[in-house]
Ligand binder design. Structure first.
Ligand code: IVH
Length: 677
């Protein structure tokens, strides 16, 4: 039996502990325990007080455990979205990048001047100067909406608070990377996992005084909104802002051609360990800002830049077993379970074997000694097998032809190449519990519904407990049941509730992407949303009769081909998919598709191109048309408003068809003057 004083002591100890964790969570933004551990601690305290009424007189709990976290920082919409970068891992990827740029700009074979900068492994932030005065400072947030961290950024002494000089734009938005130097990190390392983590924690302090205690630095690398715009190249931009007092990275350089790219990459890689800040690759940017503007962005990243990562870390290990994993499209991926090995600071125990052909090609077997590599955030891969270490009795691996659910798997014929796919698939969709589970994981992912707190592990847990079997279940969760689960408490449930509620409002393009139709990625989802505009129109796809006509029309959209149309048809022909989609729609508020640039000169016009243009590629012409509000079609129909005839090899048949349908036909020159009018 515990004496009263023992209980009081125990209680006070726990109070001290929760105070410590409150400070870590709310003030330092560096939680030391998981939400569930925190919840458990809180529960323990409350039940202790309930059981022992004398504890209540100490009045210790009320102020401590009542509060749920507030949204610490004000949310502010970025003037221009903060995008991410696509990655290159080798010289081939870099060659592809250059080709893509050349193709888009229609300048095949011509040199493109690039600007190379180290990719700083820190935290991105943006600084807005109005008439030379620092007025806003935001974190990246989700790229569209950032957090107001101005007070914290103000504590970084080298960030100019006011800029003076010639030609200072009225609005100047500077994008920069905030970091902590390796040296400074040594002094505080006991509190943080790595320098990046320390910089992030420091930047998100509630109290700027705490930020000022951790020595932050920055490099400015880019711009957002600038009015008026008076820079001509990335080089020119950096030179100007450096004169205005911003810190820029000294290891930047103009490079031409793949040879110079490679040698710059090697050179900086060799300097990497001697630098006082972490870098994880180089960023190559098209130097000319006019060209950057023409290249524009895809959904997530600019077409004019790429991150060329430093080479992957490699390690030797042994295959213990080969199992299969089922993806959200039913794709069966073989996975090597390997003896745990540390690769680039991370313990790896799984490596992907891609598909059946890859296993046959490399003759990979259970028991083999292999070399694996891990590059960036991608799943580790098996690079080679050490045949000298193979035992005599080892047997070839026979690839299973059944899915984990027991169904037979199939290799499909590709619509475009008419060849058999390398990947085996389970055809059961939501009827296969392994596929269904992965579909749910896709739905909650960042690019889709983006439900924080409902990650892959939680989906697995809720699936096993029958809480979530199809997407709409997410919005009908019984939180009372969750409350009793190990690892869940008030705080984590409250956060989950909020995140789910927030995700109920979703745009049509995100919704279309989320439901996970094969071959419908973010770009295609946008094209489809631009076609359907509203969920009401999209829902007509559920009706078999209406579907036939709609699918024909979809073929007219630029970017949507037979493969996509076939995939959409397949998806909705499956009654289960349709039912599940309808159930989901009932839970949501889906907003109509709206173009960023509604007031464009071609607003709501349907345009088609035939023939090549003099100076720009078809892709660029399409992107210009879309930026001006147009829909770009891929074939002639009554709905078409304008056919633009390029000067190089237009198709006569298309022009004749358009004439017949009395569609407005204009030349490349007329098109240009229409846009420039
Ligand atoms: S340019 C996407 N240049 O990398 C817009 N980014 O993966 C163009 N970063 O969010 C980015 N050093 O936080 C650029 N020299 C550099 C960079 C850099 C670090 C970060 C930045 C960005 C992320 C993109």
């Amino acid at each position: 039996m515990n004496s009263k004083s023992e209980i009081i002591n125990k209680f006070k100890k726990k109070v001290k502990l929760i105070k410590f964790h409150n400070n870590q969570y709310f003030n330092l933004d560096n939680p030391k325990i998981s939400d569930s551990e925190y919840d458990k601690l809180k529960k323990d305290l409350i039940s202790l007080e309930k059981k022992n009424s004398f504890l209540r007189d100490l009045n210790l709990l009320e102020s401590l455990v009542g509060a749920t976290p507030t949204n610490k920082f004000k949310k502010i919409k970025h003037l221009k979205p903060m995008l991410s970068l696509s990655n290159a891992f080798n010289v081939t990827d870099m060659g592809d990048f250059i080709k893509k740029v050349q193709n888009f700009l229609n300048i095949k074979g011509k040199n493109i001047e690039l600007f190379s900068e180290p990719k700083i492994d820190g935290i991105s932030a943006t600084l807005i100067y109005e008439n030379g005065v620092l007025s806003k400072g935001l974190s990246r947030g989700d790229g569209t909406i950032g957090e107001d961290i101005l007070a914290n950024l103000m504590t970084i002494s080298k960030i100019p608070k006011k800029i003076a000089g010639q030609e200072i734009p009225k609005i100047l938005e500077i994008r920069c990377e905030i970091f902590i130097s390796k040296n400074d990190f040594q002094k505080i390392k006991k509190n943080f996992a790595n320098p990046r983590n320390a910089a992030g924690g420091s930047l998100r302090q509630k109290n700027p005084e705490e930020t000022s205690k951790i020595p932050l630095k920055y490099f400015a690398y880019g711009f957002g909104a600038v009015e008026p715009m008076n820079f001509s190249s990335q080089y020119d931009f950096l030179e100007k802002i450096s004169n205005w007092g911003f810190i820029i990275n000294p290891l930047s350089k103009i490079v031409n051609g793949i040879k110079e790219i490679e040698s710059q990459h090697k050179k900086i890689d060799s300097l990497r360990s001697s630098l006082d800040y972490d870098i994880d690759g180089l960023v190559f940017k098209v130097n000319d800002l006019e060209l950057q503007k023409r290249l524009g962005n895809t959904s997530n990243s600019p077409r004019w830049a790429i991150a060329y990562k430093f080479s992957a870390e490699k390690a030797i290990t042994k295959i213990k077993n080969i199992t299969i994993q089922v993806g959200r499209t039913g794709a069966i991926t073989p996975v090597a379970k390997v003896e745990p090995v540390t690769v680039g600071g991370v313990v790896v125990s799984n490596a992907t074997l891609h598909n059946e052909d890859e296993i046959i090609r490399k003759d990979i077997r259970i028991g083999d000694t292999i070399q694996i590599q891990r590059a960036g955030d991608v799943i580790p891969q098996v690079i080679s097998v050490d045949l000298t270490k193979r035992k005599k009795e080892s047997k070839k691996f026979i690839f299973p032809t059944k899915c984990l659910c027991g169904s037979n798997t199939k290799k499909e014929l590709s619509k475009s190449t008419n060849k058999e796919d390398a990947v085996r698939r389970c055809p059961k969709g939501y009827d296969c519990k392994y596929t269904a589970r992965e579909k749910l994981k896709h739905i909650v992912s960042k690019e889709a519904f983006n439900i924080e707190g409902l990650g892959k592990k939680v989906v697995d847990q809720f699936w096993d407990l029958n809480f979530i079997k199809e997407p709409s279940d997410i919005f009908r969760l019984d939180y009372n049941k969750i409350k009793d689960l190990e690892g869940w408490g008030e705080l984590s449930i409250e956060n989950l509730k909020k995140a789910i509620l927030k995700s109920k409002v979703i745009s049509l393009e995100k919704f279309i992407y989320s439901i996970g139709i094969r071959h419908i990625g973010q770009e295609n989802a946008k094209t489809l949303a631009n076609f359907f505009i509203s969920i009401k129109e999209f829902s007509k796809l559920f009706d078999e009769k209406k579907r036939v006509d709609i699918l024909k029309n979809l073929l007219e959209l630029d970017g949507i081909g037979e493969t996509q149309v076939y995939a959409i048809k397949n998806f909705f022909t499956n009654e289960m998919n349709t039912k599940i989609t309808i159930n989901l729609i009932k839970e949501l508020s889906i907003s109509n598709y709206s173009l960023n640039n509604k007031s464009g000169k071609l607003s709501n016009k349907k345009v088609m191109f035939t023939g090549g243009f003099q100076n720009i590629s078809r892709s660029e012409a399409k992107s210009i048309a879309e930026n001006n509000g147009a829909k770009v079609l891929g074939s002639i129909s009554k709905k078409l408003d304008i056919l633009v005839v390029g000067s190089s090899k237009p198709t006569k048949k298309k022009i004749d068809q358009a004439k017949l349908l009395k569609i407005k036909i204009i030349t490349e020159k007329e098109w240009n003057s229409m846009l420039n009018s």
